[in-house]
Design a binder for this molecule. Structure first.
Ligand code: CP
Length: 318
């Protein structure tokens, strides 16, 4: 794997390899006072965020540091991006300065793909940390890790993804990955918050949350992305919350062991009630925790995995 840009086309085998590595890293680090592994010593990881982030940026930084990489954070507002430097020139500058991996979040769909095209020859790996409304592959991987932990397997499980699918890169990456790992996905949203062409996705579509909840193994609530809706949205926030908000009463429709996920940041009282978000069936904090191990696994596969595979091959041929 040279870059991680999308889950569309990421094979079940490759995804499972990342999830297994994340599990192994989690087991290895559990209970240790010192969490650092020497695996990426001497490697440089640069995070480049052109959009706000708490979870993704921080967990990539922790992931890199726990693998002993040097991690440098670049944000659009304190860098030469503020002076008008292009994405390409910024990326080439970071690569020339010694970045082994650039992790990018950008408001434009396709930005990470463009970056990978520019940096491929230099051997700098690119990770898409969210490009516009397009994809957020490490979020889908950490969601899959969390569901595997709670449900044992994803194969044959039914997962509802609920809410603002139209603007959600989390939903897109999850649809591809969950389908690849054998899960059945139902998208539940008002017609105005579904993308054109959704009928071609490997999903079923519903507008009735109450009808879907009794038959799912997990429900993933999406944030309503008001910042991407210029001029408001329909239904209104109140109507949306009444029809699609996962409140305490509605959560009682879920089967006993069904899991509740949310990628964060949450709008409590809008798409999810506090009593549900903080309940034992909620895996929201685990998602964040697993995000660190999954991102460690991604960095490992991008920056050390080939060396490890070569070493194993050499060892077996001796
Ligand atoms: N889930 C997610 O991407 O959160 P942040 O925007 O805080 O990184």
């Amino acid at each position: 794997m040279r870059h991680l840009l999308t889950t569309d086309g990421l094979s079940a085998e490759s995804a499972t390899a990342i999830l297994d590595t994340a599990d192994e890293l989690k087991r290895t680090l559990l209970g240790r006072e010192v969490r650092k592994l020497p695996t990426l010593r001497g490697r440089t990881v640069i995070t480049m965020f052109y959009e706000n982030s708490t979870r993704t940026r921080v967990s990539f930084e922790i992931a890199g540091k726990w693998m002993s990489a040097d991690v440098i954070n670049v944000s659009a507002s304190g860098s030469s991006v503020g002076k008008g430097e292009s994405l390409r020139d910024t990326a080439l500058t970071l690569s020339a300065a010694g970045a082994d991996c650039v992790i990018v979040r950008h408001p434009a769909t396709g930005a990470a793909h463009r970056l990978a095209g520019w940096l491929d020859e230099a051997g700098t790996a690119v990770v898409n940390a969210g490009d516009g409304t397009h994809e957020h592959p490490t979020q889908a991987l950490l969601d899959a890790a969390t569901l595997r932990e709670r449900l044992g397997t994803l194969d044959g499980r039914r997962v509802a993804i609920v809410g603002d699918v139209l603007h959600s890169r989390v939903a897109r990456s999850n649809v591809h990955l969950l389908a690849s790992l054998g899960a059945e996905v139902v998208l539940v949203a008002p017609p105005t918050l579904l993308p054109v062409g959704v009928r071609a996705w490997p999903v079923t579509v519903s507008h009735e949350l109450d009808a879907e909840l009794p038959a799912v193994d997990a429900v993933m609530m999406l944030r309503v992305q008001a910042e991407r809706m210029h001029g408001g949205f329909f239904p209104s926030a109140r109507e949306y919350s009444i029809a699609y908000g996962l409140n305490e009463k509605r959560a009682k429709l879920l089967p006993e062991n069904a899991v509740v996920l949310h990628p964060g940041p949450m709008l409590r009282g809008m798409e999810i009630g506090s009593a549900v978000a903080d309940s034992p069936r909620s895996a929201i904090t685990e998602q964040v925790r697993n995000g660190v191990h999954v991102r460690m696994a991604v960095l490992y596969h991008l920056l050390a995995g080939q060396e490890h595979e070569q070493h194993e091959q050499d060892r077996h041929s001796e």
